[in-house]
Design a protein around this ligand. Structure first.
Ligand code: SF4
Ligand code: SF4
Length: 374
């Protein structure tokens, strides 16, 4: 079994240490498979666990997986905010509501202490103010910290680098930030460096650009081969992140044992040098310069009132327009349409575009698919 032997500081502020690959707990397989899988991941060094009140039954599955001494081995983090998920219709950004949701997460995880609690998705300045003003979410989370219920506080974000810079310059309470970052979309590279310099732990999610970099595409293989002389795109994407000393750890989703071993194997290989990272970024820019933006698969646009699986549709757009995998794109499109998931149902209500973290032109792309494949 692949095991991580290296540990690094998880930001100077927290005083904790992590391995380069951590556990993203957004999606697990069925409980009977998930419990041994989670334990395998922890045994392999994936000791930081990122879950959320909004990740379905992730917290309750983790509660069971972390019995038998596993809780003591991990740095457990969960998160919530009312603009991503309302548990009750009147949920708000008050300290009382945040405190209540935090206690509920502890109950769901069946723990009496959480190592980290994150404000989930600060995506603009208004949300930052709502979360951190007097009597806001942060005060509720601080209360829990004062009571010894949690150890550290952080936030996750899809905001602009300029806004994040403003936040970290004043947020002395913040000990970790989770960024969406990968070689295809390295927008946060500089702000990650600044965050690291401040002693705040830097976590990276979405290392494979919503699965885009895992596609077996001749276009991607050529780009990586030209830059590095190898044709393993996933390996290149991981070694690109591994070469950035400003990133403390990346989150790896686990659905099967090979997700754990292959990612750790990639991180055991030599990280890309600064020059190789630059070459790969430039080569990838050839793809991102097509100007479509990239769906991270975050699902903040969901649910669509018409039942359209928007991330799946966006993935088809990329398969067809960027990777030139038309057969695969067409087959996936027909399968989704057969399952009553046609873009023809779009009423152009605009809800999804308002919530999209990557500001994608979803309505336009759905119309493109409809025209192309109908
Ligand atoms: S604009 Fe279309 S795809 Fe987006 S939420 Fe509305 S109906 Fe769904
Ligand atoms: S369309 Fe936007 S909000 Fe929806 S999954 Fe993709 S990036 Fe996330």
């Amino acid at each position: 079994m692949s095991v991580q032997t290296k540990q690094v500081d998880f930001g100077k502020r927290s005083g904790l240490r992590v391995c380069p690959v951590s556990m993203g707990a957004m999606r697990f397989p069925a409980e009977e498979l998930a419990i041994p899988l989670i334990r395998q991941a922890i045994d392999a060094g994936m000791i930081y666990i990122d879950t959320s009140r909004g990740y379905g039954n992730s917290e309750t599955i983790l509660a069971k997986a972390l019995k038998d001494g596993y809780r003591e081995k991990v740095i457990l983090s969960t998160k919530w905010c009312p603009w991503n998920i309302k548990v009750q219709p009147d949920d708000d950004t008050s300290a009382q509501c945040a405190y209540k949701r935090l206690l509920e997460s502890m109950e769901r995880l069946d723990v009496d202490y959480l190592d980290f609690y994150q404000i989930w998705s600060i995506n603009n300045f208004e949300q930052y103010q709502q979360a951190t003003c007097k009597g806001g979410m942060l005060d509720g989370i601080r209360r829990a910290k004062d009571e010894g219920l949690i150890g550290h506080i952080g936030f996750t974000t899809h905001d602009t680098p300029d806004n994040i810079r403003r936040y970290i310059d004043q947020a002395d309470w913040c000990e970790a930030i989770l960024f969406s970052h990968n070689v295809l979309n390295p927008t946060y590279k500089e702000i990650i460096a600044r965050t690291h310099e401040k002693g705040i732990a830097t976590l990276v999610m979405n290392p494979l650009a919503g699965g885009f970099l895992a596609e077996e595409s001749p276009v991607l293989q050529r780009v990586v081969s030209d830059a590095l002389g190898i044709d393993d795109v996933v390996q290149a994407a991981h070694r690109y992140l591994a070469g950035d000393d400003n990133i403390d750890t990346i989150l790896c989703g686990i659905n099967k044992p090979s997700d754990i071993t292959s990612t750790i194997d990639n991180y055991s290989k030599p990280p890309l040098t600064a020059q190789q990272r630059k070459d790969l970024e430039e080569a990838m820019a050839e793809i991102s310069s097509k100007g479509l933006g990239f769906c991270s698969g975050c699902k903040y646009c969901m649910p669509c009132p018409e039942g359209i699986d928007i991330p799946a549709m966006m993935n088809i757009v990329y398969l067809e327009r960027l990777l030139h995998m038309s057969d695969r794109a067409g087959a996936t499109y027909r399968r989704l349409v057969k399952a009553d998931n046609s873009p023809a149902r779009c009423t152009q209500c605009g809800q999804c575009e308002q919530k999209c973290t990557q500001h994608l032109k979803i309505i336009e792309e759905l119309a493109y698919l409809l025209k192309k494949f109908s």
